[in-house]
Design a binder for this molecule. Structure first.
Ligand SMILES: *Cc1c(COP(=O)(O)O)cnc(C)c1O
Length: 376
């Protein structure tokens, strides 16, 4: 039995390497390297795949978030309600625009507790922006999000870094808010061969603004109307995405779903509670479980000792990160976020993981749960 990795990019290369090389060759021969036909093609194809009117290719997921926040009007000193349990980039994007994160607790699915968020927005009218995350690829309740927007007038950006392929009530994530932000970091459901990101929106004006912000804030050549970034998706990455990766995306999502189903069936009712969405279909970016009855560190070590690599998403909640300094405000004690940060274990889930690997992971979990020393 070999090791089971959290991701396997070498195995991915066996599948797509020839197509990646052909895409690189196409760009090389075209003589055009930045913001050309390949990026336009990618944006069109990705918007259609996602089910949104406009997609704007940018440099990273973090930049996609920052640009989206600026497009909805977040400014220095504004308050942005968000989740404490996420990649730090979610909080960092808020800090980078000079705004104050207001962290509200999550629920047992790992996602923002929307009733608590609604109450916080009603209780503090100074909070005009909302940045939830479809964490693990689990779609939040999109109808409830729409209701909150309607009821409070809050401006919504959805962090869709992990939710490419997720749906709730037949609808993709990222389409309730004014904008969605996607990461193309290699581990994500659609990962480039390097960094990349996408801003999603149905609003033409917002799309225009995002295009301007990614390119030095310029309106036309050498005409800079606002402080922009340099955050452009490369022609090379766009070319690879368009002809080597997106054609495989649905099959890869299918494989993720089937692995998730196997894990859920094998672990339901055990001491490793699968953390699943409350509704809709997850994009299965991660397969998180919660060690409910045993010491999580001991369980993690026992699984790792069998050669199965497990990870944590995320061990330290955002407000506890030193980079926040005195910035931001927490609502309540964030006890669920803290509990999940302590007890969550991410099992390997990626499209190249075969049935043998899945069985190895399940066996490793079962044997870790049987270890008497692991009891709390
Ligand atoms: C990966 C990720 C980001 C950041 O994306 P990058 O492309 O790495 O900048 C932001 N939010 C969440 C939830 C993520 O998982």
């Amino acid at each position: 039995m070999g090791r089971v990795l959290a991701n396997d990019f070498a195995a991915q290369w066996d599948e797509v390497g020839a197509d990646v090389l052909a895409a690189i060759e196409r760009v090389g021969r075209s003589g055009w390297l930045i913001l050309g036909e390949e990026v336009s093609q990618f944006e069109e194809q990705f918007a259609e795949w996602w089910g949104v009117r406009h997609a704007v290719g940018v440099g990273t997921g973090l930049d996609a978030l920052e640009i989206a926040l600026r497009c909805v009007g977040v400014k220095q000193g504004d308050r942005v309600l968000t989740t404490p349990l996420t990649a730090f980039a979610t909080t960092l994007a808020i800090l980078r625009v000079g705004a104050e994160p207001v962290w509200v607790d999550v629920d047992d699915t790992g996602g923002l507790n929307l009733e608590a968020a609604r109450a916080a927005l009603i209780g503090d009218q100074r909070i005009k922006f909302l940045l939830p995350v479809h964490l693990y690829g689990h779609p939040l309740d999109l109808d409830c999000l729409a209701e909150i927007v309607e009821e409070t007038g809050v401006r919504l950006v959805e962090d869709c870094a992990q939710s490419a392929g997720a749906r709730r009530a037949g609808r993709p994530t990222g389409t309730v808010g004014h904008l969605g932000a996607v990461s193309l970091y290699p581990t994500k459901n659609l990962g480039a061969y390097g960094d990349g990101g996408v801003v999603l929106t149905n609003d033409e004006e917002m799309a225009k603004r995002a295009r301007r912000l990614r390119n030095y804030g310029q309106d036309g050549r050498y005409h800079h109307v606002e402080m922009g970034l340099n955050s452009r998706l490369d022609e090379l990455q766009a070319a690879i995405l368009t002809t080597a990766l997106i054609p495989n995306l649905d099959a890869w999502l299918g494989r993720r779903a089937s692995i998730a189903q196997s894990y859920a069936a094998a672990l339901e009712g055990t001491g490793l509670r699968p953390i699943r969405p409350a509704g809709g279909s997850s994009a299965n970016h991660l397969f998180p479980v919660e060690a409910v009855s045993q010491d999580p560190a001991t369980v993690r070590e026992a699984i790792m000792a069998t050669g199965v690599v497990v990870e944590r998403h995320y061990p330290v909640i955002c407000p506890d990160q030193p980079a926040c300094g005195q910035a931001g405000e927490t609502v309540g004690t964030l006890s669920t976020a803290r509990r999940l940060a302590d007890r969550e274990i991410s099992l390997p889930i990626h499209p190249q993981l075969d049935d043998g690997g899945v069985k190895q992971v399940v066996d490793a979990c079962r044997s870790a749960l049987r270890q008497p020393t692991a009891l709390l």
